[in-house]
Ligand binder design. Structure first.
Ligand SMILES: [Zn+2]
Length: 286
């Protein structure tokens, strides 16, 4: 402490070290949020986030709530042509996470159905889009009618209000009793049991976070009889991020910018997120 938050960063290169080649000052770039050794077996196989030295910029290092930030040369990537700085800074962490969860971990396939918790969150709004790119059907949840509408616009086939409706019952109803093949979760305690009840036999529950807490009860009988898979997921590899960014060039994936605040209003921006008033990413601008 004092700690500077912010894992998703875009801007212009101000200056670079003497050993850095291939870049020019003023170049518009975004920053890949993961730092790893790049030489161990995990890194070499594309599992950067399993590297023992893996760090998330803005979490374990000083981050992007700032006028300037210093990052390794390997983390600098060109911004896809169509994107503004605000849009580019809304992409890396959430789309990388959603991609790693749905593609690499859960192996979501065309024609399958996925339940995406909290469509208004950064990862939720990314997951709906990634799932649609993969050809899956999406059941999303949201906490208000306004967010429900936005989730539909992003491509969700069905949206459930998780404050006023019973999610497992609604999932069963909209899928004609079949339930979902994959659950995309980042909430933890509050959603765990409902996720288990929403899964079809052979279902895969993939989780990347615990915003409501990390403890949950598992009835192991359901897990083995229904042959569920419980999958942990954490960030993703540089190769996956490069793959994801290509989908922004042809517009198949779109950044979801909720709002833009000046840097000095960072506290107000944090408050908006803590009160769940946002849909997508909140951007701080210098
Ligand atoms: Zn490594």
């Amino acid at each position: 402490m004092p700690h500077i938050s912010g894992s998703d960063i875009a801007g212009e290169i101000a200056e670079f070290g003497t050993l850095v080649t291939g870049h020019i000052a003023g170049e518009k770039v975004l920053v890949a949020p993961g730092i790893s050794c790049r030489i161990c077996e995990y890194c070499a196989n594309g599992w950067d986030s399993l590297c023992t030295s893996y760090k998330i910029i803005g979490n374990e290092t000083q981050g992007g709530y700032a006028e300037c930030v210093a990052v390794p040369r390997e983390n600098i990537l060109p911004i896809p042509d169509k994107l503004s700085f605000e849009e580019a800074s809304s992409v890396p962490l959430v789309f990388l996470t959603a991609w790693h969860m749905l593609v690499t971990r859960a192996d979501l396939k065309a024609g399958e159905t996925v339940l995406v918790w909290a469509a208004g969150s950064g990862v939720g709004s990314a997951a709906i889009q990634v799932a649609k790119v993969l050809g899956a059907k999406v059941v999303a949840t949201a906490g208000s009618d306004e967010k429900t509408e936005k989730a539909r616009k992003l491509g969700a086939d069905w949206v459930i209000n998780h404050h006023t409706q019973e999610v497992p019952e609604e999932v069963k109803r909209v899928t004609n009793g079949a339930k979902v093949n994959v659950v995309f979760d980042h909430i933890g305690t509050a959603t765990w049991e409902k996720s288990m009840r929403s899964m079809a036999p052979g279902g895969r529950l993939v989780n990347c976070g615990v915003t409501s807490g990390g403890k949950a009860e598992v009835d192991i009988r359901y897990v083995f009889v229904r042959q569920f898979s419980l999958l942990g997921s954490y960030m993703g590899g540089m190769g996956e991020l490069l793959k994801v960014l290509k989908f922004f060039e042809d517009g198949r994936l779109k950044p979801v910018v909720d709002s833009v605040f000046p840097l000095q209003d960072a506290a107000k921006a944090q408050e908006r997120m803590e009160k769940s008033q946002h849909f997508g990413k909140i951007v701080l601008k210098v």
